[in-house]
Design a protein around this ligand. Structure first.
Ligand code: NI
Length: 257
């Protein structure tokens, strides 16, 4: 059994064949899917999609790139949306300090506002962090008391030192296709010190397809390859990797059939 803890099943790249993609992924051993929103609109779509599909759950939140548009009305709408039984996490939320992204202060404010929302709703968070690891870890450390329901560092791509700080916060590390890339040896080295009990798997599909499909449309059906690659990094049996990462995801997100 495998669990895709972070995917975007309502992405337009899947608009023609999502049912076939899900059926094929189930055949490949993927039991549960957590499909993620990145703004209010996509969060609504994620909940609708999850509500219409067995074993598909939703994560809702405002992504850092859209933080400039988030106001109290947005958060109130998110909170209302979170009352659906299918909503298992707040995310993806976080920081992204790339060119053209909203001001850092705005991003941090919206990130903290949603950490608080997750805490009040007793839900884990799914964190997106790009070129902002220092500020992201500082923000999380500052809000440590609100992380009691856990969360995942989605598509973790940091150093060993960052991994240690994430683990200290009680958060899990989410491993996706980037860990299979030829040029990701530093990431593999960082992952090698993470206990399997703290790892969950994801694809982030349709983005970030694993090697040898890099650049193509990603799918939850590629999860077995990510699990196999992780088993080599950790020097563990692939069956154990599949079992333990699935148990971790079920526990964190409270998944049940
Ligand atoms: Ni994503």
């Amino acid at each position: 059994m495998l669990i895709d803890t972070h995917c975007h099943l309502t992405d337009k790249q899947f608009c023609d064949d999502i049912e076939a993609v899900i059926a094929h992924s189930r055949d490949m051993g993927v039991k549960f899917f957590v499909t993620s929103g990145f703004d209010l609109d996509s969060s609504i779509k994620a909940v609708e999609f999850a509500s219409a599909h067995n074993n598909v759950f939703a994560s809702i939140g405002i992504y850092p790139e859209y933080s400039g548009f988030a106001d109290e009305k947005t958060f109130a709408q998110l909170e209302e949306l979170a009352s659906s039984k299918k909503v298992v996490a707040i995310g993806e939320i976080g920081l992204q300090f790339t060119d053209g992204a909203p001001e850092k202060e705005v991003q941090i404010k919206v990130f903290e506002r949603q950490i608080d929302l997750a805490f009040r709703l007793k839900k884990p968070i799914v964190i997106h962090c790009r070129e902002a690891m220092g500020a992201c870890l500082e923000t999380l450390e500052k809000n440590k008391d609100k992380l009691v329901y856990g969360g995942t560092m989605h598509c973790f791509s940091g150093s060993k030192e960052s991994a240690i700080r994430v683990l200290k916060l009680g958060l899990n590390i989410s491993v996706g296709g980037v860990s299979t890339f030829k040029n990701a040896s530093n990431l593999r080295e960082a992952l090698s010190i993470v206990p399997l009990e703290r790892i969950v798997l994801e694809t982030d599909c349709p983005y970030l397809a694993p090697h040898p499909f890099r650049g193509k449309r990603n799918s939850p059906a590629f999860l077995p390859g990510i699990a196999e690659n992780l088993s080599k990094i950790l020097g563990k049996d692939v069956a154990e990797v599949e079992k333990v990462t699935s148990e971790n995801a079920i526990k964190l997100f409270g998944l049940e059939e």
